[in-house]
Design a protein around this ligand. Sequence first.
Ligand code: URA
Length: 191
Amino acid sequence: MSAKAKLQALYTQSLTCQNCELGATRKNLVFGEGKADAEIFLLGEAPGAKEDETGRPFVGRAGELLTEMLTQAGINRQDVYITGSCKCRPPKNRNPYKKELTACRSILQQQLAIIKPQVVVCMGLVAIQNLLDKKARLVDVHGHWFDGPGYKLYPTYHPAAVLRGTVRADVMIEDFRRVVEMVNTLKRVER
Ligand code: URA
């Protein structure tokens, strides 16, 4: 089965998920989207209102900004895979609870196993603590590379932090440029 078919099967299976309470309040499960064999895997937090409405990740204001920052770094959104740590919208956009992230982890791990990205970019503390270290602090890990199982992990900010004005867009664009450099370096090593 191709990676695309495996992702599609996982998506179909996930649509009925009731592994946590968010299953009762979501309008749509936001599975993720992008290339099934993407080299870059972008991990966010949890869907917001617009994502919940549409079933697509990062389509609200933070998503538009993300697409723009990726473009500035020379990355086409269509060439990467984008998803969240939590696939369903937490009420009133609160942070997902630990039990919700735990319930969602199996889908995320299967997505990673199917896509086999070279780099996973964790955007924001929720994603970083979900995949890297539950005690990590952004100031300590931002700008450093970590070894994940089969991929390099790079912690950056969530695009919403740029919208809030706590982080400059330039900083995130530079982070995405570093990600492109890493993918190119890994390709040279492979050859
Ligand atoms: N995670 C986010 O942070 N935003 C989305 O839109 C989807 C997942």
